[in-house]
Design a protein around this ligand. Structure first.
Ligand SMILES: Nc1ncnc2c1ncn2[C@@H]1O[C@H](COP(=O)(O)OP(=O)(O)OP(=O)(O)O)[C@@H](O)[C@H]1O
Ligand SMILES: [Mg+2]
Length: 286
């Protein structure tokens, strides 16, 4: 199996080409192609069941596409066919993600969760870990420094020693984001960062995402339903419906695309958020 591919244009970090995923008789993703450019926030929108999380699961290598491929060109690496890589190598390639339903160790502290997240990208072997060699010690110091940096960056100092289980939902969402950042990703996948958050927490999330892009220089690929957040932070938006690409463009272009409003007709909340007058609060999904 080949792992190298023709070079991508220098501004492209990830290229999805003709992705198709079939679950039995269901076509969850159908011939989906897009580029994620370095340094942008690229957002997937679409009604429930459109195939957005399935696309994330292809990039994370949780699913194998039925056909099509994903090419990834991390800085300083030759472009490689991601869809030919084993799942455990994805974090080592500089790709981190958060999940639609938060996935944290509930009975561990915030700090432990972040350190565990950091450990997923350790390159040292079993024996050097066991013997705590200078290389391992240096990596441990670097891990702790990075974790503290992220705690400061996301304002989590107050929660660092608390158990995740006792934290409000909105804080857990930020902890999950922190865990992903601790791996120092080049590409960050956020699956519905605002789901379950109130209006104020959603505004905070928009600021974090903008800071992640502008201050940390991390490319963000996001799935999101809240059109207020999508418009605020996205450079480009891809709208999907029933596994297919409906529209691709700026947030405004995609929101004004007639097929997009039509696709949302099944969900009153989502249609109201698409039609919301400027300045009004976004409609929230249950
Ligand atoms: N492992 C699986 N086995 C069978 N069907 C699946 C599997 N994963 C997803 N699907 C189906 O694929 C379709 C796309 O699902 P997906 O989770 O990608 O949608 P989504 O766009 O993320 O929706 P939502 O906005 O509700 O999160 C749905 O019909 C879903 O039921
Ligand atoms: Mg989903």
């Amino acid at each position: 199996m080949t792992t190298h591919s023709p070079a991508l244009p220098s501004d492209v970090l990830l290229r999805a080409e003709h992705l198709t995923v079939r679950f039995g008789g269901l076509l969850a993703v159908s011939d989906v192609s897009f580029d994620v450019r370095r340094g942008e926030v690229f957002t997937l929108i679409g009604p429930n069941g459109a195939g957005k999380t399935t696309v994330f699961n292809l990039i994370s290598r949780i699913y194998q596409p039925t056909s099509g491929s994903i090419t990834y060109a991390g800085t300083g690496r030759a472009p490689l066919v991601l869809t030919a890589q084993p799942a455990h190598q994805v974090a080592g390639l500089g790709i981190a993600r958060t999940f639609q339903n938060i996935e944290l160790f509930e009975h561990a502290s915030v700090l432990s969760n972040l350190l565990i997240g950091r450990h997923t990208q350790r390159e040292s072997g079993f024996w050097s870990e066991l013997c705590f060699t200078p290389k391992v010690r240096a990596a441990e110091i670097r891990a702790r420094e990075k974790v503290e940096e992220v705690i400061d960056f996301l304002d989590l100092q107050h929660y660092r020693d608390q158990l995740v289980a006792g934290l409000p939902y909105g804080v857990r969402k930020v902890v999950e984001l922190a865990r992903a950042l601790c791996t120092e990703p080049e590409l960050l996948l956020l699956d519905e960062p605002s789901s379950g958050l109130n209006v104020e927490e959603t505004d905070d999330m928009a600021f974090w995402i903008q800071d992640i892009k502008n201050d940390l220089g991390i490319t963000v690929l996001m799935v999101e339903h809240d059109m207020g957040l999508v418009s605020k932070v996205s450079d480009r938006v891809l709208a999907m419906n029933q596994g297919e690409v409906l529209a691709l463009g700026t947030p405004r272009e995609v929101q004004n695309h007639p097929g997009v409003a039509e696709a949302y007709l099944g969900s009153i909340d989502d249609v109201s958020s698409l039609r919301r007058p400027a300045g009004a609060q976004p409609a929230r999904r249950a």
